[in-house]
Design a protein around this ligand. Structure first.
Ligand code: FES
Length: 475
């Protein structure tokens, strides 16, 4: 059933001051969370908006093979990007293969617990050393073609018929290394030897996440789907909430969509902060607190309790947060009492340039990754992972195996995916193919962006342009 929506007007020309400061007239996220029974930590109580201009943005960036070729050199060969979780490769010899565009790398756990990263290509005749992508474990790195082999630290170990390769200096034929960085339980690589180290690149993300212990979580769900669009097309669908009104009308009763907060913290880090358990400003007839409680969209619908009641002086948000602290605490065998109402129920989403989106909240605990496939600028691999808290006692669960879902299949078919969440992702996917086709059909060759709600998209595009222009990593 479609809910009644307020009428919309047409925009009127505004001066520069208004363009920079216009906001939805509904209560801001900060005003909403200030009324919570357990208020959010300081890191959520700050705002860092950016007005970056109102110029149209060209569309060639989404499909032009020449632009894509420069992106491979200037972004994918020069930026930090995460490969796997620490838990994917716990033992010496464990490895994880990572592919982006036509590039391929592997990270390998060493005897001393450190991790090395290598280019996944043989020093003999360039065959991929590990086929496909994902997990494995081996005592050495051995090429499947002629059997050259390397120790797991990358040193050349054996060359069949060595008598025929007297011209090969073993020391000069180690596997080419790429930089490895580790933060928050993620293992990152950077193919470039130049540029900032990982923590400088991520700033201020590690400071923001100081209270969220993201390293102490396990992969409960891992779903991957190939999309018929550019990697930036797919990523940008998750940088704004403007589309919720038209694309996801079923969640308007319970999500503050038009009053989402958007922050631009650094070149590499932006944030989206949405209050849940509240009315969409678009609703013509806002729901009462008890009605909101029955509507709240939370990542795991099995945790809803239909008998919940909003007591005197309480809000739906506070009741939902209290329920989830208890229900999730029992389910994951951990104490969640330190988390605020907002951390329990809201959508808190950080974008890490270029292709990582990370949610520290407890009930919406996703990680997204967007990667171009092969040399085609109009194919993207989109992955969704759910990170759940490790138990306070006992071993952490093993990471879930990735499940591939075809473009035509519903996300809801993936193991562990909540049906309501799956439906939302399906709606997003339907937009992406149509948008990519529309880039080619456009009469103007440009797009128009909202000044605030789509400020993270503009910011992202500006950082892409900086990399393409400079060909150098940015601090
Ligand atoms: Fe790798 Fe020959 S191509 S051993």
């Amino acid at each position: 059933m479609r809910v009644a929506i307020r009428d919309h007007g047409l925009p009127t020309r505004a001066d520069a001051q208004h363009l920079a400061t216009a906001r939805c007239p509904a209560p801001s996220v900060q005003q909403i969370v200030a009324a919570d029974a357990v208020p959010p930590p300081p890191v959520l109580a700050m705002e860092q908006p950016a007005y970056l201009g109102s110029d149209p943005v060209d569309l060639a960036r989404y499909h032009d093979p020449a632009v894509f070729a420069v992106e491979v050199e200037a972004i994918w060969k020069r930026c930090w990007q995460w490969v796997c979780r620490e838990d994917h490769i716990p033992e010496p010899g464990d490895y994880y293969t990572y592919e982006v565009a036509h590039l391929s790398y592997l990270v390998v756990r060493q005897e001393d617990g450190s991790v090395k990263g290598f280019v996944n290509s043989c020093r003999h005749r360039a065959t991929k050393l590990k086929a496909g992508e994902g997990l494995g474990s081996a005592a050495e790195i051995r090429c499947p073609y002629h059997g050259w082999s390397w120790s797991n630290d990358g040193a050349l170990r054996q060359v069949p018929c060595a008598w025929d390769f007297g011209h090969v200096d073993p020391a000069a034929h180690a596997l080419p290394e790429v930089r490895v960085g580790r933060w928050g339980g993620f293992i990152f690589i950077n193919p470039s030897p130049d540029g900032p180290d990982l923590l400088d690149y991520l700033a201020p993300l590690p400071d923001h996440f100081a209270g969220w212990d993201i390293a102490n979580r396990f992969v409960e769900v891992h779903v991957a789907k190939e999309l018929a669009c550019n990697w930036k097309t797919a990523l940008e669908a998750f940088l704004e909430s403007y589309h919720v009104l038209e694309t996801h009308p079923q969640i308007l009763t319970g999500v503050g969509d038009a009053n989402v907060q958007y922050d631009c913290h650094s070149d590499h880090i932006t944030r989206f902060y949405a209050a849940n358990g509240t009315n969409s400003p678009h609703l013509a007839q806002p729901l009462g607190e008890q009605e909101l409680l029955g509507q709240v969209l939370i990542g795991d619908s099995s945790l809803h309790d239909p008998a919940m009641q909003v007591g005197a002086g309480e809000t739906a948000r506070t009741v939902m947060a209290r329920l989830l602290r208890h229900a999730m605490g029992e389910k994951y065998r951990t104490d969640l009492s330190r988390f605020s109402d907002s951390e329990m129920i809201d959508t808190i989403e950080y974008h890490v340039f270029p292709n990582m989106v990370l949610f520290p909240g407890l009930s919406l605990p996703m990680v997204y990754r967007f990667r171009p496939i092969s040399s085609d600028p109009e194919r993207t691999l989109f992955e969704i992972l759910f990170l759940r808290p490790n138990p306070d006692d006992g071993a952490a669960p093993e990471p879930a195996e990735p499940t591939r879902v075809s473009e035509a299949e519903s996300y809801a078919s993936a193991p562990g995916m909540d049906p309501g969440m799956g439906a939302v992702y399906d709606q997003d996917t339907a937009n992406l193919r149509a948008q990519q086709q529309g880039f080619h059909a456009s009469a103007t060759g440009v797009q128009v962006l909202g000044n605030y709600q789509e400020s993270r998209i503009r910011h992202f595009q500006m950082v892409v342009d900086k990399y393409l222009a400079a060909g150098e990593p940015r601090a």
